[in-house]
Design a protein around this ligand. Structure first.
Ligand code: NAD
Ligand code: DAU
Length: 339
């Protein structure tokens, strides 16, 4: 089996490649542009393995995509590459349209031309939009995205499925909830709060902090993708939820307790525009068809994640480069305290 993985230098893609190389005998080609979020340090454990190859290129570059598929003739594409951060998509919406929508289109077209045997599109629970309790989305729920990021993911998710309906390209779509774990870029809630807490900096909680997310350990997500890749049916959508819904304030308090830092570090700041209050998923379809279920208990996964950040201050310092500082200032510098 040979895989072409897009976005394999990011948080989830790199976890997927590390797992695929460690636990299978597959060959994996990592196709990644190395944006601010791409980091080859995340792949140090597989670098040098003869079953792993890195290609630096943009999924919007039709020629580069074609060349990689021609050279490698993969059995399947696992498509992670995206601009993945909601706040950045609010500050500047253009990149999500380009990479998430246009880039997915470029890959789908190339896959269609080459007759790729499976195209796994990694989507997100954000496509369902905010759900009032007690609603939880099954795969049949209507899509109702709120941010440029989630709208671009909804568009690419629907486009991917249309390539199955129209062209019979063997597409599978997975929609996962909020991931956490080692190597996550510290722009997302958990790594940002951990990195700030470890340095006694304020922890910026948007609005009242009562927004609810369903937390999924990145390794549980990768196992869900492997299950859908191997056993999922063509043209089907599979939710991958962590089954652990928590308000942000509770997550932040757990981070403070585990790092031994005081709750006085919490700073409520102006809310994210269009902020979704709650995501919730039903993942029974993937469990029923493949036996997959999330296994990592949140408190254990969070403690392990914090230990990883504690043990890797060099990784954190390097990713919090000039670009990160500029982004941090742009997103948080002018955020007034929440009333
Ligand atoms: P990330 O931001 O950590 O990594 C994205 C990767 O894609 C980076 O390596 C980057 O260099 C690469 N990339 C970006 N634009 C590219 C382009 N034009 N061409 C080639 N490579 C490009 O993202 P992540 O958190 O690992 O998310 C991966 C995927 O999973 C995304 O599709 C995201 O929408 C989806 N997802 C994420 C979560 C989550 O909680 N993080 C949950 C559900 C689904
Ligand atoms: O649900 C899946 C999605 O999860 C993925 O599709 C996205 O790629 C991923 O970024 C994530 O989106 P969220 O917007 O839910 O994640 P984020 O970590 O940015 O925020 C989680 C919650 O924490 C959200 O309610 C906003 C809040 N938050 C976030 C940050 C960065 C804060 O209160 N303060 C912050 O500084």
């Amino acid at each position: 089996m040979k895989l072409l993985v897009t976005g394999g230098a990011g948080f989830i893609g790199s976890a997927f490649i590390r797992m695929a190389i460690a636990e299978t005998d597959w060959r994996v080609v990592n196709f990644d542009k190395l944006t601010y979020a791409g980091n080859l340090e995340n792949l140090a454990p597989v670098e040098g393995d003869e079953r792993y190859r890195f290609v630096r290129a943009d999924i919007c570059d039709e020629r580069a995509v074609d060349a990689a598929l021609a050279e490698e003739t993969p059995d399947a594409i696992v498509h992670f590459a995206a601009e993945s951060h909601v706040d950045r998509s609010i500050l500047s919406p253009e990149p999500v349209i380009q990479t998430n929508f246009r880039g997915t289109f470029t890959l789908l077209e190339a896959a269609r031309r080459r007759g790729i045997g499976r195209f796994l599109h990694v989507s997100t629970d954000e496509v369902y939009g905010s759900l009032e309790p007690p609603l939880a989305a099954t795969e049949e729920f209507p899509l109702n995205p709120s941010s440029p990021y989630s709208a671009s993911k909804a568009g690419s998710d629907l486009l991917a499925r249309s390539y199955f309906v129209t062209f019979r390209l063997p597409v599978v779509v997975t929609r996962a909830s909020n991931n956490y774990g080692p190597y996550q870029f510290p722009e997302k809630l958990i790594p940002l709060m951990v990195a700030n807490a470890l340095e006694d900096r304020p922890l910026p909680v948007y609005g009242d902090g009562m927004q609810i997310r369903d937390w999924l350990h990145v390794e549980d997500h990768c196992r869900g993708i492997l299950a859908a890749l191997g056993k999922g049916r063509d043209g089907e959508i599979y939710n991958i939820g962590g089954n652990r819904a928590l308000p942000n304030s509770e997550v932040v308090r757990k981070v403070l307790a585990l790092t031994g830092k005081p709750e006085t570090l919490i700073q409520h700041v102006a809310d994210r525009p269009g902020h979704d209050r709650r995501y919730a998923l039903v993942s029974d379809k993937l469990t029923g068809e493949t036996g997959w279920r999330p296994e990592m208990e949140f408190e254990t996964g969070l403690a392990d994640t914090i230990e990883w950040y504690r043990a890797n201050p060099g990784w954190v310092a390097r990713v919090r480069s000039g670009e990160y500082r500029a982004y941090y200032e742009q997103n948080y510098g002018k955020r007034t305290a929440a009333g």
